[in-house]
Write a protein that binds this ligand. Structure first.
Ligand code: ADP
Ligand code: ADP
Length: 232
């Protein structure tokens, strides 16, 4: 269980990107953070991974404050970004192995990966349907394929939680839906807690167990998709 307790974020320039909020994320649920650009979705997601420092409040995972248990927390959290942040000239396999770095220091890249880690990476690549591309350069893949590499990279550290910041925002609608469906299916299979930001209501409705609406740095809705009614 991840618990957000009175978390508030004010950036150094004075922007209050997250107003004090209290949220609980139950294990295994697929939660969508829904809001327009600038609403504060990234700020909340990055707070949940300790990438943004809270101005007030605290966030705990399994009862541990994530700022004091940061390495432990990050090792069990897979992060997926809109701009997949792949290294284009490296292979898909190498990019996915980078996901293991949550468990190691940056110096780890200087050492050869173990066979066990390569197996984990290939399994993750297979799960997103890209096994035939494992040894291709990442920049030879389509946008949708690159996003799936981003999913595999998050999975390779065998996380209990997935945090995905606009994972399909750069894709055309049909590809976006396919990639999100795949992420959703994998999270279900593995029982992962997923917190995924989106700006498309239709995608949120289709996949979310719970939608948290965010506007102006505040939580303005929190409930199951059907509770949104016919509102657009
Ligand atoms: P979203 O992910 O919903 O697009 P963000 O969390 O990125 O929203 O941004 C929320 C607000 O905080 C916006 O007004 C944005 O301009 C501002 N913001 C985001 N990051 C920073 C930062 N590092 N410094 C100052 N303001 C920021
Ligand atoms: P998104 O809307 O997809 O979250 P942005 O383009 O708003 O992405 O932000 C990209 C990066 O720039 C993020 O790291 C964010 O924190 C930072 N950023 C966004 N708005 C501001 C701002 N007003 N001042 C400083 N940094 C910002």
């Amino acid at each position: 269980m991840i618990v957000v307790d009175g978390a508030r974020v004010i950036y150094p320039n004075g922007t209050e990107a997250l107003q004090p909020c209290a949220l609980r994320f139950a294990p295994g649920a697929f939660t969508v953070l829904l809001g327009a650009s600038g609403a504060g979705k990234s700020t909340l997601l990055r707070s949940l991974n300790g990438l943004v420092r809270l101005s007030e409040g605290r966030i705990t995972a399994e009862g541990r404050d994530i700022t004091t248990a940061l390495r432990w927390h990050r090792a069990r959290t897979g992060m997926i970004f809109q701009q997949h942040q792949l290294i284009g000239r490296r292979t898909v396999l190498a990019n996915v192995l980078m996901g293991r770095l949550g468990h190691h220091s940056a110096l780890r890249t200087l050492l050869p990966w173990s066979l066990a880690e390569k197996r984990l990476a290939l399994t993750a690549i297979e799960r997103v349907g890209l096994l035939d591309y494992a040894l291709r350069r990442a920049d030879q893949l389509s946008g949708g394929q690159q996003q799936r590499v981003g999913i595999a990279r998050a999975l390779v550290q065998q996380p209990s939680t997935i945090l995905a910041d606009e994972p399909v925002a750069s894709l055309d609608p049909a590809t976006a839906e396919r990639v999100l469906a795949q992420l959703h299916a994998i999270c279900r299979q593995d029982g992962l807690t997923a917190i995924v930001s989106l700006h498309q209501l239709d995608l949120a409705r289709r996949f979310a167990d719970r939608i948290i609406g965010i506007a102006g740095g505040a939580v303005v809705f929190d409930g199951p998709p059907h509770a949104l009614g016919g509102a657009e």
